[in-house]
Ligand binder design. Structure first.
Ligand code: GLV
Ligand code: MN
Ligand code: MN
Length: 419
């Protein structure tokens, strides 16, 4: 390691992350969903941090908070940095938040060190990367990337509130979504720092890694319609049990994922609800979520196609109607070689050694931002690879190293921009 002391930056990052983590819908755990009052409070805090770092701040039509550190030039060209401030239910404090905090601190350092850049620096705190509240995900980054369709405004959460209404209550103008798209020629690239959410960096004893690509992903809503009936009187052979069909569907999907393991196919059913839901009634209806990811678009598409085919067989054998609706689909996002190289140099100048490269199985705002510009991602080691869990942890020195590596990566990108 060079003579770099990561503690001061690490302490600043940790203090900000702890403050952000105290903003939650629940007293005893961290839950901050898109367009909720706690998202609003987190957005206000982040905006305040951005202002203190010398940035001019605005909120976009999808509730993204943008802080611009101008380089004083007339040109609109800027490098985007960011991540998200929504969380899963019972979340850890680093997923998303670390990228926003690291970006704000990096901008603050660039300003404090009087580093002249040939572009502006724009930090964005997106509001919806987890896609927990509404069926759609990456609403904020897709909006900036010009990859949003206004039909998402009619999507509803579990309480029946539409995205449109939630945006209005948050103080956003839903009609302005389509005008938020950035122009490709104005954007140097998009950089994001994120915890790895997996065990590789820890197993390599490396604090940071360079992401090669973000896996393809799709999300689907599966509806299984059977026939409710009396648990005591309907013989087994005459039943159309939607929940038993769902169980077979889930095991089938799991088997397909095991078969596709070579292509990093992973399939998850994370939500399930049934009707009518009584001890003595055969379930008549089931709704479940399906999340499919893979290292290639082809592997993901063929897994989905196979699930559809096999679900038709399950449906006809059991007398069920199984409908599968695709609510979100994103192709693999490959990180740009130039940004990967800049990150690698930036990280090496802090740690003293070239970082290793790894792929991201988790989804990130970069999936959407890749529609707009070159993307680059830095992964930060997290304890035991645990994420989407309150036990998520990054050490204080690693936080400091991550922020410093981001500062130096920005400097590397600036050198290239000048060439
Ligand atoms: C977000 O963390 C996702 O990968 O779904
Ligand atoms: Mn995340
Ligand atoms: Mn997440």
């Amino acid at each position: 390691m060079n003579a770099f002391d990561s503690t001061p930056l690490g302490e600043r990052a940790q203090a900000m992350l702890d403050t952000l983590a105290s903003i939650s819908a629940e007293a005893d755990r961290l839950t901050r969903l898109y367009l909720t009052p706690e998202h609003k409070r987190a957005a206000e805090l982040v905006a305040e941090w951005m202002r203190r770092a010398g940035m001019s701040v605005r909120m976009d039509a999808a509730a993204g908070i943008h802080g611009l550190l101008s380089n004083g030039a007339n040109s609109p060209r800027r490098l985007l940095l960011g991540s998200h401030i929504d969380t899963v239910i019972d979340a850890g404090r680093y997923d998303g938040a670390l990228g926003v905090v690291a970006a704000i601190l990096a901008a603050e350092e660039i300003r404090a060190r009087e580093i002249a850049l040939p572009f502006g620096l724009e930090v964005i705190a997106f509001g919806d990367e987890e896609g927990i509240r509404f069926p759609k995900t990456l609403i904020g980054s897709s909006t900036v990337a010009g990859a949003i369709n206004s039909h998402i405004l009619d999507m509803t959460d579990s309480a029946g509130e539409t995205v449109r209404n939630a945006l209005l209550r948050f103080g956003c103008d839903p009609a302005a979504l389509e005008f938020e798209a950035y122009r490709r020629e104005d954007i140097v690239g998009y950089l994001e720092v994120h915890i790895e959410q997996g065990p590789l960096l820890e197993s390599w004893s490396e604090p940071l890694g360079v992401v090669t690509a973000i896996a393809a992903q799709s999300r689907h809503r599966v509806h299984i319609a059977g026939e409710a009936g009396h648990a005591g009187t309907v013989p087994m052979s005459l039943r159309h049990d939607a929940l038993a069909g769902a169980a077979e569907f889930m095991v089938m999907a799991e088997e397909l994922a095991y078969r596709g393991e070579r292509n990093n196919v992973v399939i998850t059913v994370g939500e399930l609800s049934l009707k009518p839901g009584a001890v003595n009634v055969i379930p008549g209806e089931v709704q479940l979520s399906l999340d499919v990811r893979a290292a290639s678009d082809k592997a993901r598409a063929s897994a989905v196609e196979m699930i559809m085919r096999r679900s038709r067989q399950i449906g006809s054998r059991r007398g069920l109607v199984i409908g599968i609706e695709t609510v979100h689909e994103k192709a693999v996002a490959v990180c740009a070689p130039k940004l990967r190289a800049a990150i690698s140099r930036g990280v090496a100048s802090v740690t003293g050694q070239r970082p290793r490269e790894l792929m991201s199985g988790a989804g990130h705002d970069g999936l959407a931002m890749a529609h707009l510009a070159d993307i680059g991602m830095v992964f930060v080691r997290c304890r035991a690879g645990i994420s989407h869990n309150p036990l998520e942890h990054v050490t204080l020195p690693d936080l400091g190293i991550a922020v410093e590596a981001l500062v130096r990566t920005i400097v590397e990108v600036a050198k290239e921009e000048r060439e």
